[in-house]
Ligand binder design. Sequence first.
Ligand code: HEM
Length: 456
Amino acid sequence: MTVESVKPATPDAPELREPPLAGGGIPLLGHGWRLARGPLAFMTRLRDHGDVVRIRLGPKTVYAVTDAGLTGELALSPDYIIAGPLWESLEGLLGKEGVATANGPLHRRQRRTIQPAFRLDAIPAYGPIMEEEAHALAERWKGGGTIDCTSEAFRIAVRVAARCLLRGRFIDERAERLCTALASVFQGMYQRMVVPLGPLYKLPLPANREFNRALADLHLLVDEIIAERRASGQRPDDLLTALLEAKDDNGDPIGEQEIHDQVVAILTPGSETVAATIMSLLLVLADHPEHADKVRAEAEAVTGGRPVAFEDVRKLTHTNNVVTEAMRLRPAVWILMRRAVTDTELGGYRIPAGADIVYSPYAIQRDPRSYRRHLYFDPDRWLPERSGDVPKYAMRPFGVGKRKCPGDHFSMALLTLVTAVLAGTFRFEQVTGSDAATRVGITLRPQRLLLTPVPR
Ligand code: HEM
């Protein structure tokens, strides 16, 4: 570990230090091999080297932030934008004009357009769909047999996001196609990000063909959904109507490409993250039957034995704490990236313009400096009398600042409802062949979770 000091920009400015270089790098590859071999362990151990550390990925220096407070500063500072390899590969595949990858005035305008569909007071309108989908899932599982949690979690996540935000019969008919396309696209995108072998992905291999087919179908589906909504002449109060009627800064309708990219940019993060979290929650219910029983008891106390309804969600406080604790230990979004647009400072360290900066919500949310018994699953740490012990920015699975996830209220309502419905209906047991190890992809989720739902 080396610490160098850097001359201040002006004589009065405090002297800024060069962040220490993390140990364990090797010539040429730097820390890349460690990151590839064990990304979660690598990101977690960086805190031993400092609050901000430099890592080398091949010839490139990347800055990693390991202190909760500094991740908040980073996310709130205007000196950083959304950029870096993760976003560039997303742009290449999903489109350049969506809210998740835009910056500056375009991003501000896009957030203004989509925000009404995600406001807290807009969520109850989605209640009937969330309720219908959660109970339909439980009904299907009553048939018995083994549940492949990956496809089932994807299915409900995609169906709910698409049905709530892009209302219409055309969605019901296309939900299955959307699920298949999105699942293959996510699998292929992660591979292309961690193993960026550009030309290899152009070879006519079966896996590449399947990825290209899925990506083409995703874009085609979005075009079909937009065209049918236009042809129907209907304008329900939903996100798609907001996008179709959005104006740019000159008051002109936004272009077709932007509408398309916006739908993709909202559906894709919306379904992958929710699906990953549902899988983690199912694992919690199987691994911690005592918490599953407590969730069930709470649901019964709130409903008096009738089916759980959307209106119950705000009273399901323990269930909500179970969801929060599951997201603490296995945040779906485990790594985030920014780029400095100017020479700047973070925690007394010099950050040069153009630097790529990463931090890991997974590492931050498992930091023993922020949490007592940091690896222990304890939903009660989110009780009002205890949650104040958690330092600011030590629990931000939805991010913070102007890039904060717009889908936070939507997701928490859905996840709480689904957890209460499923824990109330079944006990879960892992079956032979199930592999609950954490799979690191664009999101974190169990590798291949196979469960038997046993009706209560
Ligand atoms: C468990 C569920 C979810 C988690 C954990 C999650 C997490 C996140 C995180 C960490 C970010 C990035 C914040 C940053 O860069 O600082 C993000 C951005 C985003 N999320 Fe979510 N998300 C979830 C669900 C959803 C849903 C349901 C939707 C929409 C249907 C959605 C749409 C988006 C969009 C559009 C962005 C980009 C926002 C921007 O850059 O302005 N997410 N999400």
